[in-house]
Design a protein around this ligand. Structure first.
Ligand SMILES: [Mg+2]
Length: 175
């Protein structure tokens, strides 16, 4: 049966998963330097963290990332009102695939495997709404776009995307 629900594509890193918490923790462990989110504002993750590539390829980086506050509760509600797909460019770091799958099962047990789209380029994605923290994904998307605030996009004009700062914001807008 064809679903009449609107379809939402939800990003993982920087939207469901707090990857900045991981970068800041590993950066401090490896360099002894404690950075704050404020200090890395406006910088891409690879600019802000010199050990970026090493850290994202380190076993456990994705599996042990903290979940964004309120994300499980709000996504579970969205899941009853919308057709939800988790869309993550996992092929950028192939080792992340299994970790992301396990992470989703741990924090979002109501998300089925059919709803997990661990992919390469997101330009192939068609949905009604996309929630993402990167312009490169939102700019190419035909539909409503929500820009999830993260330090790297915090100082950028939102262009024609709608900015959301947290999952409570998303609930207010979509539920
Ligand atoms: Mg992201």
């Amino acid at each position: 049966m064809l679903s009449t629900k609107q379809r939402i594509a939800v990003d993982m890193d920087g939207v469901l998963a707090d990857v900045y918490a991981q970068f800041l923790r590993m950066h401090e462990e490896d360099t002894g330097q404690k950075l704050s989110r404020e200090q890395v504002k406006g910088l891409l993750e690879e600019e802000a963290f010199p050990l970026h590539d090493e850290h994202v390829n380190r076993p456990g980086f994705f599996r042990t990332a903290p979940v964004m506050q309120e994300a499980p509760k709000v996504l579970e509600l969205l899941n009853t009102h919308f057709e939800v797909f988790i869309v993550s460019a996992a092929m950028e770091y192939p080792n992340s695939l299994k970790e992301k799958h396990d992470w989703l099962n741990a924090f979002f047990p109501f998300i089925t495997w059919q709803q997990m789209v661990l992919c390469g380029s997101k330009s192939i994605i068609r949905a009604d709404i996309m929630i993402d923290d990167h312009f490169k994904n939102l700019d190419n998307f035909q539909g409503r776009t929500l820009l999830f605030t993260q330090p790297h996009n915090q100082t950028s004009p939102t262009k024609n995307h709608q900015r959301v700062d947290n999952w409570e914001n998303i609930a207010e807008l979509l539920l």
